[in-house]
Design a protein around this ligand. Structure first.
Ligand SMILES: Cc1ncc(COP(=O)(O)O)c(C=O)c1O
Length: 397
């Protein structure tokens, strides 16, 4: 039986994430993965959370196992509010909704505002999960170049001027996925000004904001929004655990109401057990000191990666911007046009990296870039992985 003719147009041409595809090929335990986006599992508070989960199930099984409310367990909403208020990202007329990961929040926000044929302006490159979510609503993606200090503002103004039907700008201004770069304060202000001038919304996605290990914090775009134009997506994935699937959306109440209705259709509510676990964890422990440990580790791992890139990569052939936080490092090889042979050769040498084309608005266009992740591998594996990539780059560049 053939199934393509049964498939909806919106999914026919979707391409699975190369990262997930790569995971399938990575069953080989010898492969060093610098490809994923996993946080460091060595710091997961497994023991603390196992005690918390046991106590919840023993003392309050009904609350944990019964249906919950769609907007989230109220104390969990308070936890999300705390995180968002820490970066001044809750406005007077905003509501907070707990989401099953920020991913769901981004997807449902797009679902709430996009009609077929509408346009979304995105950083190019950008997070594949969000790009794929937008694609399913049959909208056009307009990519704007990411510079060393964030999205090009000239590019953004051109995109706004030359495209009808733009509903929102999607941005990951801090420690962007995949480039690791952070948008400057001036550009954040300019983005707000342009959004106002061209009357579009901004969806600010900030899962990595807490993970700064050098430099100074920059205010969120949401914190400077005076017109209620910014929808803010936050996540507990990179500061507690991605498997607990806890994220949130801060959005103007009128929009949040619609997003909540869509969530009800989508999964009714985020699992109660993990919401209760997070609430208890934040009550009993200082989540900021847990995050500080992660920051310190990521700073060390990033420094180790950069040091080895300087040692093993062929001189002058690879460009990168050293990140000040987050979990990704982005490399460009200006002397070639297509990174695919390098990625394949790396896999033969048992090291996995992600080709840049995965993060582009046009996934079929060749890219001379690749993304590295330093949060999940050990220091030894980072050094060995970079050494092997260095061998391949020296051979093929
Ligand atoms: C930029 C960006 N936004 C959102 C997400 C999704 O986060 P969550 O696990 O909360 O769904 C990720 C995950 O890697 C990400 O990199």
């Amino acid at each position: 039986m053939e199934y393509k003719s049964y498939m909806a147009d919106r999914v026919k041409n979707m391409k699975g994430s190369a990262i997930r595809e790569m995971f399938k090929r990575m069953a080989d335990p010898e492969i060093i993965s610098l490809a994923g986006g996993n946080p460091a599992s060595e710091l997961f508070p497994g023991e603390e959370l196992s005690k918390i989960a046991g106590k919840i199930l023993m003392t309050n099984p009904t609350l944990a196992l019964q249906y919950g409310t769609t907007d989230g367990y109220p104390k969990m909403r308070d936890c999300a509010r705390q995180r968002a208020e820490k970066v001044n990202s809750v406005g007077e007329n905003d509501a907070i909704l707990i989401m099953t990961g920020a991913n769901q929040g981004i997807d449902l926000t797009a679902k709430a505002v996009l009609n077929k044929g509408d346009k979304v302006i995105v950083e190019s490159p950008s997070f594949i999960g969000s790009l794929n979510a937008f694609r399913t609503y049959e909208c056009g993606l307009v990519g704007v170049t990411v510079e060393d200090d964030g999205m090009s503002m000239e590019g953004l103004e051109d995109a706004l001027k030359n495209n009808d039907g733009v509903k929102f700008i999607y941005t990951i201004p801090t420690f962007q996925n995949p480039t690791g770069v952070t948008m400057s304060l001036e550009k954040r202000k300019k983005m707000l000004e342009l959004a106002s001038k061209y009357d579009v919304l901004i969806l600010e996605d900030n899962p990595y904001g807490d993970l700064r290990f050098s430099g100074e914090d920059v205010p969120t775009i949401k914190s400077m929004d005076t017109e209620g134009r910014v929808i803010y997506a936050g996540s507990f994935s990179k500061i507690l655990s991605p498997g607990m699937r806890l994220g949130y959306i801060v959005a103007p109440a009128e929009l949040a109401e619609k997003i909540e209705m869509l969530k009800q259709v989508n999964d009714v509510h985020t699992p109660m057990l993990t919401q209760l676990m997070c609430v208890e964890f934040m009550k009993k422990y200082n989540i900021d000191s847990y995050i500080a440990k992660n920051r310190e580790l990521y700073g060390k791992k990033c420094a180790c990666m950069v040091e080895n890139m300087e040692k093993y990569f062929p001189k002058g052939k690879v460009k990168w911007v050293t990140p000040e936080g987050g979990i990704f490092l982005w490399c460009e090889c200006p002397t070639i046009t297509d990174i695919t042979p390098i990625v394949d050769r790396c896999l033969e040498k048992k090291v996995a990296i992600v080709p840049g084309s995965n993060f582009a608005t046009d996934i079929f266009a060749p890219s001379n870039m690749f993304r590295l992740n330093y949060s999940s591998a050990t220091l030894e594996n980072i050094e060995e992985g970079i050494r092997r990539i260095g061998e391949v780059l020296t051979e093929l560049l």
